[in-house]
Ligand binder design. Structure first.
Ligand code: SF4
Ligand code: SF4
Length: 200
């Protein structure tokens, strides 16, 4: 005997009351009625939603800069940092006509996150040197097809007219740094146009 907690089970004959199962049924009903008046532990999701932290790590967004150009330069650091190997991308070179679309000379022509692999650790966000990828407080919608969990740029890049506010996820130091136009990285497409005009 390893512990003194073991009990010998006696197989005794059931009484006729026990055979009728009525006391057990009533005991069960009493427990059910007690729970009716207790505070519910569950909610009616998706109609009801629990409040979540402002820095909750949910569905990613690929950010645009102030002038609407995609910030991601397909450097691959997020993919390297991802412990779940959930991120894949294909880099492409920006043409002259695409200067207003992409912030830098290189951009991601394909950028995909496999939401079934992602563990929402936020390391991609931390690794990104361009402030291009952020996790948001949006919950990834459920679906029945596995391929629908591969989120491409059509889902990840924020629409030009519906920007997502990620300032809560940025530290004051980062926000201050972004204002400093001495750094090439902080120049938007519009800033570059102004600089060019001032030179002529
Ligand atoms: S949140 Fe973590 S697991 Fe998900 S894509 Fe980013 S680095 Fe990978
Ligand atoms: S999201 Fe950031 S880290 Fe990832 S490829 Fe784009 S610029 Fe690089």
């Amino acid at each position: 005997m390893l512990t003194n907690r073991s009990k010998q089970v006696v197989k005794k004959e059931m009484t006729w009351v026990e055979k009728a199962y009525l006391p057990a049924i009533f005991q069960g009903l009493i427990i059910t009625f007690k729970h009716i008046f207790k505070k519910k532990a569950t909610i009616r999701y998706p109609e009801q939603k629990r409040p979540i932290a402002p820095v909750y790590r949910g569905q990613h967004v690929l950010k645009r800069d102030e002038s609407g150009a995609e910030r991601c330069t397909a450097c691959g650091l997020c993919a390297v940092a991802c412990p779940a190997e959930a991120i894949t991308m294909v880099a492409a070179e920006r043409t002259k006509d695409e200067v207003s679309l992409y912030r830098e000379e290189k951009y991601a022509s394909v950028y995909e996150i496999n939401m079934l692999r992602c563990i929402f650790c936020g390391l991609c966000e931390e690794a990104c040197p361009k402030e291009a990828i952020f996790l948001t407080d949006r919950i990834v919608p459920s679906t029945f097809e596995r391929h629908e969990f591969i989120f491409g740029k059509d889902i990840l890049v924020e629409p030009v007219n519906e920007r997502l506010d990620v300032t809560k996820r940025q530290t004051p130091e980062v926000l201050e740094f972004k204002k400093d136009k001495k750094h090439k990285h902080n120049l938007t497409f519009l800033d570059k146009v102004i600089v060019k005009k001032s030179r002529h």
